[in-house]
Design a protein around this ligand. Structure first.
Ligand code: COA
Length: 434
């Protein structure tokens, strides 16, 4: 047993022993998605309830498990602060039982280093190597920054967490205690590709040249684009999220990263969530590098790639080109995530393009998602000055470089036919169209 293995043994503890060290009022931070220390967070919530702890906050982006802290009645004991609201946390956030942190994903490390201070950092990591290092696995985006000022650092070691390559590791000498918990990683069911997704995906794929570097968001349209890209050549990946479809693109040979100006021959991402097949693909795979989000999502880094193409979804677009991608009216639905980071990065890339996608309607064609004005209370995600292309199943609107009047006409042309007349009427009333 070497020095680091000895140290590991000395720091091994049970979840209960660890959470006993977390008092009322602690600010706790954990990495996004699968990096959450699920066993420790659950044990802490149970202790908070059992022993009457109060005022603990649990900060993270994109919870992927329904843990106890999300239950009604936990809000004064252990409150979730969502930096991006997932389906699991949505109800708690919308009911005010959980709080929300507005942010660009690229800024999250800066916020933890400079403005928000964690008392406790806990994370799920892959098993330690012989040199004493744990990999942040498929959740590399924020961990190092969250732990930078934490008073206590606890790791939840899970042999199911892939050991990923790149730059995000933590050393046993930096850690207060280690808890082993080999639970299966949460898996995201792949969003089914609908007929509309297929149509939108094909419009976008037609505008992506061979040799482009791509970022795909989550959902049916990005999956459809992924499918449609299988016939392309020499594509590259630089994406905050590594998606299921990217495994297919690499295995089919469409992605080889050979034309990237930086990280040539490597796919780059900050986190991943998908199936066990994807986790097995990423384990010890030197073809995929995971880096911190302030690097991956830095528009200046994204802009170093030629022909960068970003594809993300939205909930509503107004006639000047503002996109609300994170709330329905004032109700928080998700978060800004990296959408703006990538729209801006693609804007800095030579030959770059960014696509914001949406179905033309919601709720069985009763609501147009292209609106004269955003619904009152909507949170603007992409501003009119950043947005480039908007795509629905009725076509592609290129907004960048277009006037207000041209934008209104372009957007009305890709709205659902049932709503075009009333949108034109509203645009005239607003003097956007004469
Ligand atoms: N008015 C009212 N309801 C609306 C609506 C609108 N304008 N737009 C959508 N909805 C409803 C839908 O009908 C659907 O309801 P249902 O679940 O009852 O069917 C629900 O809201 C979700 O809409 P949908 O279009 O299916 O959302 P999605 O799951 O595809 O997610 C975003 C889309 C925009 C929320 C998501 O991509 C996101 O959060 N993006 C921002 C962050 C980002 O892009 N990050 C970078 C990539 S990781």
């Amino acid at each position: 047993m070497n020095k680091w293995q000895e140290m590991y043994k000395q720091k091994l503890a049970s979840a209960e022993e660890i959470v006993k060290q977390i008092p009322s009022g602690s600010v706790c931070a954990t990495p996004c998605a699968l990096g959450e220390a699920v066993g420790l967070a659950q044990a802490l919530a149970e202790r908070a309830e059992r022993e009457g702890l109060t005022g603990i906050t649990h900060h993270m982006l994109l919870t992927l498990k329904n843990l106890k802290y999300l239950e009604p009645g936990m809000e004064n004991k252990m409150k979730h602060v969502a930096w991006f609201t997932s389906g699991f946390a949505r109800k708690a956030v919308q009911e005010g039982r959980a709080d929300f942190m507005p942010c660009y994903y690229k800024d999250v490390p800066m916020l933890w280093r400079e403005l928000v201070e964690a008392d406790v950092f806990y994370a799920t990591v892959s098993p330690m190597d012989k040199h004493g290092w744990f990999s942040f696995g498929v959740s590399a985006s924020t961990g190092r920054a969250q732990m930078s000022r934490a008073k206590k650092v606890f790791l939840e070691v899970n042999e199911n967490m892939p050991r990923t390559h790149g730059s995000q590791f933590v050393h046993i000498s930096e850690v207060d205690a280690v808890f082993e918990n080999n639970v299966p990683l949460a898996e995201l069911g792949e969003a089914p590709i609908t007929e509309k997704d297929q149509i939108i995906g094909n419009y976008i794929a037609d505008l992506i040249p061979d040799g482009a570097t791509i970022q795909l968001g989550i959902g049916g349209v990005p999956n459809a684009v992924g499918q449609a890209l299988k016939t392309k050549k020499d594509l590259g990946i630089h994406s905050e999220m590594f998606t299921e479809g990217m495994v297919d693109l690499i295995e089919s040979g469409a992605v080889n990263n050979s034309k990237k100006n930086i990280h040539r021959y490597k796919a780059v991402a900050a986190f991943a969530a998908g199936s066990k097949r994807m986790y097995d693909f990423l384990d010890d795979n030197p073809g995929v590098e995971f880096h911190s989000i302030d690097y991956v999502n830095d528009p200046n880094v994204i802009g170093l790639h030629d022909n960068f193409v970003s594809i993300n979804a939205t909930l509503e677009v107004d006639l000047i080109g503002q996109a609300c991608s994170e709330s329905i009216g004032p109700k928080q639905f998700s978060g800004t995530g990296g959408q703006v980071d990538f729209v801006r990065g693609a804007g800095l890339s030579k030959g770059g393009k960014s696509f914001i996608t949406t179905y033309s309607t919601a709720k069985n064609d009763t609501i147009s998602k292209i609106k004269p004005m955003l619904t009152e209370g909507s949170h603007v995600t992409c501003t009119k000055n950043d947005i480039d292309y908007v795509v629905t199943e009725y076509g592609v609107a290129k907004l960048k470089g277009k006037t207000a009047s041209q934008r209104a006409k372009e957007l009305i042309a890709i709205a659902h036919p049932n709503f075009r007349e009333e949108l034109t009427f509203a645009a005239k009333k607003m003097n956007l169209i004469v």
